[in-house]
Design a binder for this molecule. Sequence first.
Ligand SMILES: Nc1ncnc2c1ncn2[C@@H]1O[C@H](COP(=O)(O)OP(=O)(O)O)[C@@H](O)[C@H]1O
Ligand SMILES: [Mg+2]
Length: 334
Amino acid sequence: MSKIAFRDITKRFPGARRPAVDSVTFAVPEGSTCMLVGTSGAGKTTLLRMVNRLIEPTSGEIIIDGKNVLTENPIELRRRIGYVIQQIGLFPHMNVAENIRVTAEVAGGWTQRRLDVRVDELLELVGLPPVEYRRRFPRELSGGQQQRVGLARALATDPALLLMDEPFGALDDITRTRMQDELLQIQRNVRKTILFVTHDMDEAFKLGDLIAVLDEGKVAQLGSPVDLLTNPANEFVARLAGADNVMRQLEFLPVSGALDREQTVPFPGWENVPECAPNASLLTAMLKLLETNAPALSVQTGNDSRVGYITLASITSGITKTRNKERQLASERA
Ligand SMILES: Nc1ncnc2c1ncn2[C@@H]1O[C@H](COP(=O)(O)OP(=O)(O)O)[C@@H](O)[C@H]1O
Ligand SMILES: [Mg+2]
C-alpha cells in the first residue's frame, strides 16, 4: 500500500490562458480509492498524468510514501504505478498471456514458471478463466474483456498505486456495472491506493472512499461521498453531487443523520418495532419500514444501545434538509 500527496501542484501548458491544474493540494490515504470528478477540461487527466510523470508539473510536489516523484527515474516510477486508460492498447500480435507478461517481465527478477503462475492469478482476479483466455488474441475479445486484460496488465507488477483514467468510459452499461463490481471485489482483496478519473457521478459514488471535485484546475472539495451530499462546499459541488437527487440520497445518506427522536424512550406502540443499524442507508430503512409496515425502526448499534428512531417522515425531512442546503448555497451566490 502507498499513500500519495499533492502539494501545491500546478501545470501551466505553454500559451494557455489559465493553468490546467492550479495549486492543487490534497492527500489520499493508503488503500483508499479517490475519485477525481469535474467537468471536461477541469484538469483531471493532467493531474493524473503528473503522478507517473507522463506530464511534468510546472511547480509543486507529488509525494508517494514520503518521496517526491520528481526526484525519481520516470521509468522506475512507472513500474511501481499501474495505469489503466479508456483505450487500453493491447499489443495486437501478442496473446492475452503475453500481453500481461510483458509488464511483469519489465519489472524483472521473475522466473518463467513464476510468470506463468502470475499471469493465471491475474486472469482469475479480473474474471477471465485462464484456460479459456490466456491464448486468445486481443481481436478475439470484447471491449469489456480487453479492459479486463488491461487491468490485469496494470496489476502485473503488483503496484501499490493504481491510476485509472475513465477506464470503463467506453463500455456499455451492463459491462461497466460488472467491471465496477469487480473492481470493488479486487479492492477488497488486494487493497491498492487508487486515483480514478470519471465524469460519471454514479461511478464516483459507487467506487470512491473519497471524491476530489476539480473545477477549472482547482480542488473545489475533497470529501467522502456522504460529505459531498450533506456538506457541499459550494453550489457547483452541490449540483455535481446531486443534492437534489433523491435516489442518491436514499442510497448514500446514513440513517443516523435522519433520526426522528434523539431520546431512547419509545412512543406508545413503538415498543417492538424492528431494528436497524445507524450506518444503514435511508433506502434500506425505508424498504424495511414499507415491508414490515412498522411505524418506526429502532436504530441501534451492535451492542444493542439505541440511538433513536427512524420513520418515513424523518427520512423525508432528512432529504429535504439536504436539498435546502443546495438552494441556500445557490441563493448565497445570487
Ligand atoms: N498537452 C496539452 N497542451 C495544451 N493544453 C492541454 C494539454 N493537455 C490538456 N490541456 C488543457 O488543459 C486543460 C485540462 O485538460 P485535461 O486535464 O485533459 O482535463 P479533463 O481530463 O478534466 O477533461 C484543458 O483546458 C486542456 O485543453
Ligand atoms: Mg480527461
